[in-house]
Design a protein around this ligand. Structure first.
Ligand code: F0G
Length: 482
């Protein structure tokens, strides 16, 4: 970020964009928030966006687009086959990610479907730094299994000063390959800015080590590049060797260490859709077959040409530090302030969102009482801010009812270039109030609905009258405020 020091010494993030189009949001009074929460079954995914003041559920598809992206949409070439827009996307992928061949899909998980169907055999295992839910599902439904290889004592310790909690533990990777055999490992997956452990990056040094191990055993490296720009930015901030590198250089180097790079464009390029990129023509052909069956023709893959144009422009913007630093800088501000207030957060600050350690926040609730689910509901109730339950309930798979997640987190996402600093301070203020009143937060139970991704669909119910007691305390402390 361009260094701007304030005369008064305050350390706040400074935006390098101006808002030209805005969308109104409403802050409902607390009694109406309670009704909205009940209507959504205490599950933040099931709530209506109209009832939400600050939508910090996710950054997926909710990032602000730039003027140049909107302008690019106007020149879309809607041809079914061989569209000029697709050629512009291919050029952007080559310029920014350094890969020659582009396989399009309608969103990140569709790209995962394509990759797993093309390369995974029943009985295979996929070692990775850490899974994302949709990735784990696609590996599983294709008959494989994922194996998480971050160092547990580092990655699952919420308060830490380890700068690269998303690193794969190389000794564990070697053991894994020795145990299962390279022939049962289609690729080693690295997820940039590992989402479910708090948006934590891996280092370039670690990726280089992974590449060496992969080469030694003849295994491909698969890079999930959803949050690649931010991971690259943190490499520049935290890995001395890259302190003077540009984002464009770091992005190219990271991608050069992978055989297949894929991303949800809902994140990396602030649009919709997804891309799989490779330099291997045979691999492209294998994936094209799946695209043609599940996504559409191989020059649009289920996306509109307008999205493809915006995506191409968005990729170039992923090399722009002034855009990319906005998300990690707001999160750094939020996390540092919250820690100063005594609130248990995931540290060091990561990307995507500020993450609360719900187990510590609600240390009076055992995991079976779903503290992350309760905390997400309580945050909405006292603030109108929608967050994501990132605990056992969100990560659970359909075939393991006794499953307990590695961490119980609540994610407060910062969609890129969307929230203002005063809104961020409001969210912090209400979080501090809730922390001071945390003992009022009670348990939550879910009405089990079997099947994958049940976190999207399942209604929950508070145990006892804790929401009413929380509301009474709120009204006492804020008699004249929404
Ligand atoms: N990989 C990672 C690391 C992700 O974070 C996501 C989505 C996907 C793959 C799937 O992409 O949604 O386009 O199908 N993450 C969203 C989130 C849903 O809220 O973090 P998708």
């Amino acid at each position: 970020m361009p260094k701007v020091k304030f005369y008064t010494g305050i350390d706040i993030p400074l935006e390098f964009h101006r808002a030209r189009i805005v969308q109104k949001v409403r802050l409902l009074p607390i009694d109406e928030r309670y009704e909205a929460l009940k209507k959504g079954g205490f599950n933040t995914y099931r709530m209506d966006s109209a009832d939400v003041y600050l939508d910090m559920l996710t950054d997926s598809g909710t990032n602000a687009m730039s003027d140049l992206q909107l302008a690019a949409m106007m020149r879309a070439d809607d041809a079914y086959a061989g569209s000029e827009s697709f050629k512009r996307l291919e050029k952007a992928v080559f310029d920014v990610l350094g890969k020659r061949y582009v396989v399009p899909a309608h969103q990140g998980r569709a790209a995962e479907n394509v990759i797993m169907r093309a390369f995974l055999k029943p009985g295979d295992v996929v070692p990775m730094n850490y899974h994302f839910g949709s990735t784990a599902n696609h590996i599983r439904i294709n008959g494989g299994r994922h194996i998480d290889l971050v160092a547990p004592d580092v990655a699952f310790t919420s308060a830490s000063d380890n700068q690269f909690k998303g690193n794969i533990d190389i000794a564990r990777l070697e053991d894994c390959i020795a145990k299962y055999g390279a022939e049962h490992i289609p690729f080693i997956r690295m997820e940039a800015s590992t989402n479910l452990i708090g948006g934590q990056p891996f280092s370039m040094a670690n990726l280089m080590e992974v590449r060496k191990v992969a080469d030694r055993h003849g295994i491909k490296v698969l890079l999930d590049a959803c949050l690649l720009g931010e991971n690259a930015w943190l490499i520049i901030q935290r890995e001395p060797e890259y302190a003077h590198a540009t984002l464009a250089e770091v992005l190219l180097k990271m991608c050069s260490l992978a055989d297949i790079v894929y991303f949800s464009a809902r994140k990396l390029s602030c649009t919709r859709g997804a891309v799989i990129a490779t330099d291997n023509y045979q691999d492209k052909l294998k994936m094209d077959q799946v695209v043609a069956v599940f996504e559409g023709y191989v020059t649009y893959g289920g996306m509109s040409m307008k999205e493809i144009e915006a995506m191409a422009q968005g990729l170039y913007e992923a090399t722009d530090e002034e855009y990319i630093c906005q998300n990690p800088e707001f999160i750094r501000y939020f996390v540092n302030e919250a820690v100063r207030m005594g609130i248990p957060m995931v540290t060091p600050p990561g990307v995507l969102g500020a993450q609360i350690d719900a187990k510590k926040f609600c240390d009076h609730l055992p995991v079976k009482d779903l503290p992350a689910s309760s905390l997400a509901a309580a945050i909405y109730l006292c603030s109108g801010v929608r967050t994501m339950d990132g605990g056992t309930y969100q990560d659970v798979s359909e075939d393991d009812p006794d499953f307990v997640a590695d961490m119980e987190l609540v994610r407060m996402a910062f969609p890129r270039k969307v929230l203002t600093l005063s809104q961020t301070m409001y969210a912090l203020d209400r979080l501090k109030w809730l922390y001071d009143n945390r003992k009022l937060i009670g348990a939550i139970r879910c009405h089990d609905i079997p099947g994958m991704q049940r976190c999207f669909r399942t209604p929950m119910e508070p145990v006892g009258d804790w929401p009413e007691r929380l509301i009474a305390k709120f009204k006492q402390d804020f008699p004249d405020s929404l």
